[in-house]
Design a protein around this ligand. Structure first.
Ligand code: FES
Length: 259
């Protein structure tokens, strides 16, 4: 984990309400592993958005990019950041996805712009598999061409049927999974918690591995404030685990979901 004063090299509309923020970050960029996140501070915009967590969409030796949805007070303020501004970041944070099991077929499952957080994993995995992306409408399904260009078989679903199958991401995943030897699959998920829970339940029921990137409110981002705790199963009960430091990635069997 490093702190770096970065410079904005691109800040544009991406699609619908989504924006891309690209930062020159030669210290943090090379350290990023799939599934990790950043904490961003934008001093000129004041305390309101002092340090917010953002999933990392792209990273390389020269920098990082985040894709975010410009809704809510903090992200509206974010939208005012201009090319050339300085942005202080701390990262990479979190555990990231573990190395993939090369004997298994990787499957990506994402809700909304959760798939941006799976893009580095999709790039770096040698074996390409199936990607199930769900969203409210076609405007909420990002990066289809980008994942396809990497060699992934993308299966979109939308609530309104404007792209792919109409329904939830599980409406595409379930019939497909019913025909698979699911124990040969390794599933990587990012998106809203109800979707993660649904995939996690299937993983336990049918005995396949599913890595879930939990979506919890975070404050400090570095394990100190305990804002982001979840219950993690232990041999004789459960313990608190911090999503920002012990996670955000947990295997489905580790999580004790709150009702
Ligand atoms: Fe502070 Fe996780 S956000 S401990």
């Amino acid at each position: 984990m490093k702190q770096e004063l970065t410079q904005v090299i691109e800040h544009d509309n991406f699609q619908g309400e989504y924006r891309i923020l690209r930062l020159a970050a030669p210290v943090v960029g090379p350290l990023v592993q799939p599934g990790q996140f950043l904490h961003l501070e934008v001093p000129q915009l004041g305390e309101r958005i002092l340090r917010r967590p953002f999933s990392i969409y792209q990273a390389d030796a020269s920098g990082v990019a985040v894709l975010y949805k410009a809704v809510g007070r903090g992200t509206e303020a974010m939208a005012k950041i201009k090319t050339g501004d300085e942005v202080n970041i701390i990262g990479p944070l979190g555990n990231g996805y573990p190395p993939a099991d090369a004997s298994k077929t990787p499957v990506l499952v994402a809700g909304g712009y959760g798939n941006a957080a799976l893009y580095i994993l999709a790039q770096r995995l040698e074996k390409k598999g199936i990607a199930f992306f769900g969203g409210r409408s076609a405007l909420d399904i990002l990066l289809v061409k980008e994942f396809e260009a990497l060699g992934w078989d993308v299966r979109p679903t939308t609530d309104d049927g404007s792209l792919g199958i109409q329904g939830l991401v599980t409406d595409a995943f379930d019939p497909w999974a019913a025909e698979q030897d699911v124990q040969s699959l390794e599933v990587f998920c990012c998106g809203p918690n109800p979707m993660l829970k649904a995939i996690g339940e299937r993983a336990i029921e049918r005995d396949f591995t599913a890595w879930l990137s939990l979506d919890k409110n975070m404050a400090c981002g570095v394990g100190a404030c305990l804002t982001c705790v979840i219950k993690r199963k232990t041999e004789d009960g459960w313990e608190w685990a911090r999503c920002c430091k012990d996670g955000p990635i947990f295997e489905s069997r580790e999580i004790l979901w709150e009702e």
